[in-house]
Design a protein around this ligand. Structure first.
Ligand code: COA
Length: 164
């Protein structure tokens, strides 16, 4: 069984993430989507909120499993029989960082963790969760970037924060 993993902060999940997940799931028997905390980031949504938006977005997908864990991606992969990491590549600016991560993950797993890059679809090439949060802050149009239920959550969150 070919199992892949796609990890991220998903603060919040966007249609760009979903594009990679849906395409990657076609190439795997099972795809684990790992909702993680990046120690270098401050989040708008809690880990639980981020995970539940990811679960809701992917609920129609039979071979996708949403997980959270702490620690190294490669250790989680080893423990769960996962062979490869899926990463989306957007603009050229992603390349250097993604290559560094791919080499590091390969090194720390003694070559076991393979990384597969998928180009983002054209319309999501410059999309990020930061862009989405920025648009939401100014009450801009988000329907091109977010599913309806995610859009509702981010609008509620920003309203709630503004009322405090
Ligand atoms: N569509 C839309 N946005 C995308 C995207 C796509 N296809 N691909 C990436 N992005 C965005 C993300 O939304 C994120 O946006 P933001 O910074 O504005 O919030 C940004 O690109 C970076 O994404 P990513 O590289 O996935 O970083 P992340 O912070 O979301 O997640 C972890 C990083 C948590 C997955 C990573 O640090 C990890 O695996 N940690 C586990 C510990 C570990 O093993 N570390 C590695 C040691 S070598």
């Amino acid at each position: 069984m070919k199992i892949g993993i796609y990890s991220g902060s998903f603060d919040p999940i966007t249609k760009g993430h979903e594009d990679i997940i849906r395409r990657a799931a076609k190439m795997t028997d099972k795809l684990v989507v790992a909702v993680l905390n990046n120690v270098n980031k401050k989040y708008l949504f809690s880990l639980e909120e981020r995970s539940s938006m990811v679960i809701e977005s992917l609920k129609d997908m039979d071979n996708v499993e949403v997980k959270s864990f702490q620690g190294l991606l490669t250790e989680f992969m080893e423990e769960n029989g996962i062979e490869f990491i899926i990463r989306g590549l957007r603009a050229v600016s992603d390349y250097e960082y993604e290559l560094t991560m791919a080499f590091a993950n390969s090194d720390i797993s003694c070559g076991k963790a393979e990384t597969i890059f998928m180009p983002a679809s054209k319309q999501y090439m410059y999309l990020s969760s930061t862009v989405v949060r920025e648009i939401a802050n100014y009450n801009g149009r988000l329907s091109d970037y977010l599913n309806e239920h995610v859009e509702m959550k981010i609008r509620d969150k920003i309203k709630f924060q503004g009322s405090r």
